[in-house]
Design a protein around this ligand. Sequence first.
Ligand SMILES: Cc1ncc(COP(=O)(O)O)c(C=O)c1O
Length: 445
Amino acid sequence: MDLQSRDIVIEAIIKKDINGAAKFHDLPYQERIKVINALDKKYLKKLTYIIKQAKKIRFHELNSRFLRVANEGIKTPVYVIDETLIEENMRVLRYVKDRTGCKILHALKAYASFATFPVMKVYLDGTCASGLNEARLGQEKFGKEVHTFAAAYRKDEFKKILKYSDVIIFNSFNQLERFIHITKKSNRQVGIRVNPGYGEAAADIYNACAPYSRLGIVYEIFKEGFLAYRDKIDGIHFHALCQQNADALKKILKSFEKLYGKYIRGLKWVNFGGGHHITRDDYDIELLIRLINEFQDKYKVQVYLEPGEASVLNAGVLIASVLDIVKNVMDIAIIDASAETHMPDVLLMPYRPFIIGSDKANEKRYTYRIAGPSCLAGDIVGDYSFDKPLKVGDRIVFTDMALYSIVKNTTFNGINLPDIAVLRKKGDIEVVRRFGYRDYMSRQS
Ligand SMILES: Cc1ncc(COP(=O)(O)O)c(C=O)c1O
């Protein structure tokens, strides 16, 4: 890369030209770092601004491709994942890496459709896993680093977990004591998960710092046990965010440092967990970068992040078809996708997914309850209104369905799992997985 291309990028940044973002992303690593080093605080902020704006515009432009796929007669139900949009998210995550030198792992628990891993692994440092199967998938399909954390490990699985992991993170000193010898003997790094003492997830079910949480050693126990293992522990891990912005991380870090700050120096790394909604339009990337840089400077450790949602945020949809319309006071559209089996977080979290072209009930002319085909009375996605009346065969496109849906779906009622399709970079659609009776049957006996 010659000086000229770097200068072109810098000039675009100075002019706040949105096209500068793509030019920056296309530079090789050393050149991107040179650009970053050549900019002062004011222009770095401009770079962040154009990167965020460019991503927003790309998502806006490309979203119509989902509608095109839906209307071109693809078999439903189907999750459609847009590889180009995933790459857009990846570029933002890599920008955080470039600005800070932190490492970013993709959390497989959120999304594990390996058909798109070739695009993702170019940008990230590896994966984080919740146990044996994810660790194996991480190593076999993603490669690079695999960091595994489980609330408790099974003895009969542990050797295999070691085979597939580079780092093992323990949730208690009992577990550490039980497995540290074999972990060290296998030349794997050892981490310990702590409770940072502060969390503010919207619902307790997602709050790893809620009262009586089993996730992470609490400070009172940590301070009694840590020193005995100090020379064998490579890093500390905490996870306390859920779909949150950098201001929440700032508060968590304050509490974490107050409790654990004196134990950090001399460690190799600190892992800030997942839940950072870095690729959301309103996410404060500059604050995240500042927090990571300050932390790394202060403690001389490598910071890791392990977001899952941020990797695939808004990069996939679930397309369903209307099977029937029934009436009980209101109109109810029964579709071939189910909240219970295909988008379980809709009922669990709970939340109301967005349907392209719809509005809240009664905002547009025709209101329907959108409901699934299962026996569960509560298999209801929500009430939505549309400009035109729905009819059998109409397509319903639920947005933001790549995360925590494919990894969590079930075959309850024997309902078939949706196909998985990838919208490739060139615009062609590839159905990478189709499910059938065997998939249902193989989970019974
Ligand atoms: C330990 C750990 N790391 C990473 C993640 C990924 O979080 P998210 O997908 O919200 O970014 C989670 C989510 O529960 C987690 O528990």
